[in-house]
Design a protein around this ligand. Structure first.
Ligand SMILES: Cc1cc2nc3c(=O)[nH]c(=O)nc-3n(C[C@H](O)[C@H](O)[C@H](O)COP(=O)(O)OP(=O)(O)OC[C@H]3O[C@@H](n4cnc5c(N)ncnc54)[C@H](O)[C@@H]3O)c2cc1C
Length: 391
């Protein structure tokens, strides 16, 4: 008889993992706490490490229908506007990595995965039903739901995000930590912008204790803007979508160059997103033990300064599906193998994301060193082959 799993959470990681596990022949039930499968209006970048996998899953055409394919990443100084370095994507990414660098709307990526699930038709999806906890049994486990119901399964996968309940029960560790950084984000219609502000490349503006990232999404029709500054945590950390005050952002940014200021001024309304993470994983057991596994932000939430959080969730999903497809070993052994495959890479990406944040926001001598190195080394500094060649 096929084994059965419960997937807690229907975010990008949960949807992809449910789909890949069902593809491996596992009976999957997915429980999502929200009343609908929705994603907030923000952008997401996916490196060749992820798009290569998405292509192998047969979703290339679906990706092409919604993504933007920026040809260039440009690094500019927020204060002077000067360009300090650039990395060619486009055909160069294809030549280097055999897969493109894409930028897309989170809702489009979410919908693309949901469509794949619906087309496959094997995962039972339950909305408006959060996973509350679980009880281990001699054979399998009992998963308790918010409405008081319980379901039996051979294993439970917690893909329930940053404030994961599955993680809280399994690891019992402290909640995710606030990084001291606030992400202000906005989505602009390119056609409504003055020509000088429209853009089809990724631009990262670096300044003291701040950086701003802009890139096209939805075939280039929209421009995603994220400004990250240092600040106090909002009271409710667990919501990642607060309305934001433009004056607070402007105070934190200070006097930036006219080109960046024009972009900031073009934003009619910002949303605020407190940046939280956890220290990098330090063992496979944190990812899976026995019949309970974690995936995506539930397992390894990271700062968004390598633009790989969702990418790692998708890599996790792929690895989990592969492990559950193995003919040998029982389910706990397959989950243990998944954990072995994934923990070191996830830890490395978490670590690098923390370091990138320090470099991006550098002041004084470190900032001078960063800009000089970027000018001298250019692509060699900005490219990350160990990441993009992976997993
Ligand atoms: C500013 C910013 C920019 C980013 N940019 C990028 C980028 O460019 N590229 C990239 O790869 N990543 C990026 N990320 C990271 C990325 O957003 C996350 O890593 C990714 O969304 C994690 O997906 P997930 O499915 O693990 O978790 P989530 O997206 O948080 O999904 C968790 C799901 O579980 C549900 N849920 C919660 N609790 C329960 C429960 N008890 N029972 C059932 N369901 C539950 C939630 O409703 C939600 O649907 C960025 C993050 C930030 C903050």
């Amino acid at each position: 008889m096929n084994s059965s799993i419960v997937m807690a959470g229907g975010g990008i990681g949960g949807l992809a993992a449910a789909w890949r596990c069902a593809e491996a022949g596992v009976n999957v039930r997915l429980f999502e706490r929200a009343p609908a499968f929705t994603e907030v209006g923000a952008g997401i970048q996916l490196g060749p490490n992820v798009t290569r996998m998405v292509q192998a899953w047969g979703l290339d055409a679906a990706l092409q229908a919604v993504a933007a394919y920026p040809a260039l990443l440009q690094v500019r100084q927020a204060l002077s506007g000067q360009v300090t370095g650039q990395l060619r994507w486009g055909d160069d990414a294809l030549a280097r990595y055999g897969a493109p660098y894409v930028t897309l709307h989170r809702a489009d990526l979410h919908q693309l995965l949901l469509d794949a699930l619906h087309a496959q038709g094997r995962v039972r999806l339950h909305l408006n039903q959060g996973v509350k906890g679980y009880t281990l049994e001699t054979q399998g486990l009992q998963v308790q739901l918010d409405d008081g119901a319980a379901v039996h399964a051979d294993a439970l996968v917690g893909a329930d995000g940053l404030w994961s309940r599955v993680r809280a029960q399994r690891l019992g560790d402290a909640p995710a930590r606030f990084s001291g950084h606030l992400a202000y984000r906005a989505m602009l219609v390119q056609a409504d912008l003055p020509a000088a502000l429209r853009s089809h490349q990724v631009t990262v503006w670096l300044g003291p204790q701040l950086h701003v990232v802009q890139y096209p999404v939805r075939r280039g029709e929209l421009l995603n803007v994220v400004a990250i500054v240092h600040g106090q945590a909002p009271q409710d950390l667990s919501s990642w979508d607060h309305s934001a005050n433009a004056a607070d952002l402007q105070r934190a940014l200070g006097a930036v160059c006219p080109a960046l200021q024009a972009l900031i001024d073009a934003v009619p309304a910002w949303r605020l997103w407190p940046v939280c993470d956890r220290p990098p994983l330090h063992s496979a057991a944190e990812l899976a033990q026995g019949r309970v596994a974690l995936l995506g932000d539930a397992a390894h939430p990271m700062r968004p300064y390598l633009a790989q959080g969702a990418g790692m969730a998708l890599e996790d999903a792929d690895a989990l599906g592969r492990c559950l497809a193995l003919p040998e070993g029982d389910l706990p052994a397959q989950l243990a193998q998944y954990a072995q495959m994934r923990w070191q890479r996830n830890a490395r990406v978490q670590q690098r994301a923390i370091r990138n944040g320090q470099i991006f926001h550098a002041q004084g001598l470190l900032r001078w060193g960063r800009d000089t190195a970027t000018r001298l080394l250019g692509e060699r500094l900005l490219d990350v082959p160990w990441l993009y060649n992976g997993p």
